[in-house]
Ligand binder design. Structure first.
Ligand code: GLC
Length: 678
């Protein structure tokens, strides 16, 4: 069956695994054992910069082998839509020239037909929030042509970006423009940075001769890499930033497009299929013998939607990170054409539809199972964990900027706006704790049955943990880890709090308060290695019950209070936003003293982060990339400013009324501001 018939015939059950194939002819000497690294090594050897080296080889034939129900991707010299037909000459690039430039055809099945056949309907429920769902079957039609541009063809900075506000201070970027074209040109990189760059480049994975991502870890001593030899969506984000800030955009663009190919776009047909719009947690480039051919091999992209992951956790954050990275790519490169593409717009819509679809949930926050994000093991973060809410909010803000409004999207856009407002209200109001709020909770009445209840979630004051009573500083506060009926998880989760600041999910005052708390609690949250993933660790009975006696998540290790150097770049971004770059600088110095000497571990153990993690991988890519990205963000505050958001008062205006007990009257901007503790 060829792809077009395969995808078009929607009565058949989709294959579980999609393999995007890329055939390598053996007669031309490509080893089947490791053709991807063959391609990579040659690529890296022949060119110092990845962007220059993405050439396909004239001896490499490209075809796709696509499982039913997913999309093809192929660089081809065929006319549109013919890419799948095996046996036709479908080459990676200009055949013979060995150069990557040329016509990249993505004869994938979804594109514009998804655009047309996916009708989004909405109606307003009693609370005023939109309901969004997808109707109609999916049909297929090849489309989308893309000419890859080099960075020289792309305008790096836009006129209107000349002046930005960094924490209320106008930064004139005009002066900085020339200085920041190339970080490397500005100052000599330190030996540690050079080492980091080398390791980062060594971690690059190629597919079809083009760089498409970075492996999670490249630990030479690792006998059991599990899935650390895969490209994780979330792990690639700091790699992408490091490359983008260094003017190397191609790998990021390829990553965004290839992962889009992997996105699940079949509706869920049984409980083992990923839901439509889900992005995989990771993918691997595999080289496999081509069936029915003598000695030919093909490269395939093999995604994992959690079906192989330990604990079978759903990668809820992947799609959110994908949307966030898409915006970052546009902002840093000024190549907005990518986000405007029909296929990219459609992929974004699918992610949002999945997140905004109706369920049994009562809250505007996103309901998820345990381990749906960076913390991808059982850690008691099921329900409405802060990390997901903060990334969700950031992704919604990205989509709010990037979605093209037309008849097909206007309902989705309205739903996004409503959700942004409701979510920020919900988190600001109910997740925030400081001295005053904890004192309120301490005196809560319980069992309040009425819409006027003060203690809406029926929190019993005894839930306030004893550690918190002494820990909460007089100044500042933070957003709690999770909020459920009858349950507040008071643990401090770093990534969620940091992204609440980055995305302005928190009010300006709350954002400041969070950073104050991090500073005040430096010895707990940073100590010897930035930064703790959460504080405090679960111990004794709590550890046994909540983690299920997980030996990897013992107290002060791994996800349970371990220190993760990759969190440094998020922290740096926050510090730049809040005008506290010196705090980030202090953390970077700490990291720099140890990371290279310790061989770039994945995480650190103990209460103060003194030991390399018990089971930490070495040469962990997001540790390396996070360090590089932090350095570059500090050096390029104007570029950093492209990656965060300030308060959006217009969004707040539409907001509060929907959740207020007083009804649905329209809120004024003034009311919104005062309501949501600006
Ligand atoms: C671990 C981490 C996860 C990360 C993956 C690859 O599973 O918990 O956050 O994405 O390793 O580094």
């Amino acid at each position: 069956m060829n792809t077009s018939s395969c995808i078009g015939a929607s009565t058949m059950k989709p294959c579980c695994k999609m393999l995007i194939g890329y055939r390598i002819s053996s007669i031309l000497g490509v080893s089947h054992v490791n053709s991807s690294s063959y391609v990579r090594n040659n690529l890296l050897k022949s060119h110092s910069k990845l962007v220059d080296g993405g050439g396909c080889y004239s001896n490499v034939q490209c075809n796709q082998e696509v499982g039913f129900g997913r999309r093809d991707f192929c660089v081809s010299d065929l006319s549109w839509g013919q890419g799948r037909v095996l046996g036709k000459s479908s080459y990676c690039v200009d055949k013979g020239s060995g150069r990557r430039r040329g016509v990249l055809v993505i004869p994938w099945a979804a594109s514009d037909v998804r655009e047309h056949s996916t009708s989004i309907e909405s109606h307003v429920n009693e609370k005023g929030f939109e309901k969004i769902y997808i109707q109609g079957g999916l049909n297929v039609k090849p489309l989308v042509i893309e000419r890859i541009e080099t960075s020289s063809e792309t305008e790096v900075l836009k006129e209107e970006d000349d002046k930005v506000e960094v924490n209320g201070t106008g930064v004139d970027l005009g002066i900085l423009k020339d200085l920041n074209q190339n970080v490397a040109a500005e100052r000599e990189a330190s030996e540690i940075e050079k080492e980091a760059w080398k390791l980062l480049r060594d971690s690059v994975v190629s597919y079809c001769g083009n760089p498409v991502g970075t492996v999670a870890a490249n630990d030479p001593a690792d006998k059991q890499p599990l899935n650390y030899d895969q490209v994780f969506i979330r792990d690639f984000v700091p790699s992408a930033l490091a490359f983008l800030l260094n003017g190397e955009e191609e790998i990021v663009k390829n990553f965004l497009l290839h992962t889009l190919q992997l996105q699940s776009w079949e509706k869920t047909v049984d409980c083992y299929s990923p839901g439509q719009g889900l992005m995989p947690a990771s993918f691997k480039v595999r080289t496999v013998p081509l069936e029915g051919s003598d000695g030919a091999f093909e490269e395939v992209l093999d995604p994992d939607f959690g079906e192989s992951a330990i604990g079978r956790v759903a990668p809820v954050d992947s799609g959110l990170w994908w949307v966030i990275l898409l915006r970052a790519y546009g902002k840093i490169t000024s190549d907005y054409a990518l986000q405007e593409r029909v296929d990219v717009q459609t992929g974004m819509r699918l992610i949002l539809n999945l997140c905004l679809s109706d369920g049994f949930d009562m809250f505007p926050s996103l309901l998820v199972t345990d381990g749906p994000c960076m913390i991808d093991r059982r850690m008691g973060i099921h329900g409405h964990p802060l990390e997901i809410q903060a990334l969700f909010y950031a992704a919604l803000r990205c989509a709010h900027e990037m979605l093209i409004v037309n008849d097909g999207t206007k309902n989705l856009v309205a739903a996004i706006n409503n959700r942004l407002s409701a979510l920020s209200f919900h988190v600001r109001e109910y997740y925030w704790v400081d001295m005053k709020k904890i004192n309120e909770i301490y005196r809560y009445k319980t069992e309040e049955y009425s819409p006027d209840a003060i203690n809406k979630f029926n929190i019993y004051p005894d839930q306030i943990p004893s550690w918190l009573v002494d820990w909460i500083p007089g100044e500042g506060g933070y957003l709690i880890g999770n909020l459920e009926p009858g349950h507040m998880d008071f643990r401090f989760f770093t990534l969620g709090n940091l992204w609440a600041i980055v995305s302005s999910l928190g009010t300006p005052k709350q954002n400041k308060g969070i950073l104050n708390l991090i500073e005040a609690k430096w010895d707990d949250l940073v100590a010897h290695m930035p930064l703790k993933i959460c504080h405090p660790a679960l111990e004794y009975e709590e550890w046994r019950i909540i983690t299920g006696s997980d030996p990897k998540n013992t107290p002060w290790s791994y996800h349970n209070g371990g220190s993760w150097p990759t969190l440094l770049w998020h922290f740096t971004l926050v510090c730049v936003k809040m005008g506290r770059a010196e705090l980030a600088q202090k953390a970077v110095v700490l990291a720099e003293q140890r990371l290279s000497a310790d061989k770039w571990p994945e995480y650190y153990d103990t209460r103060s982060g003194r030991f390399i993690g018990k089971q930490a991988r070495l040469n962990q890519t997001w540790t390396i990339a996070g360090f590089l990205a932090s350095k570059m963000l500090l050096e390029n505050p104007e570029k950093a400013s492209l990656l965060f958001w300030e308060e959006d008062y217009e969004l707040l205006e539409t907001c509060v009324c929907a959740l207020r007990k007083t009804g649905r009257k329209k809120c004024s901007r003034f009311a919104a501001q005062s309501q949501i503790h600006v």
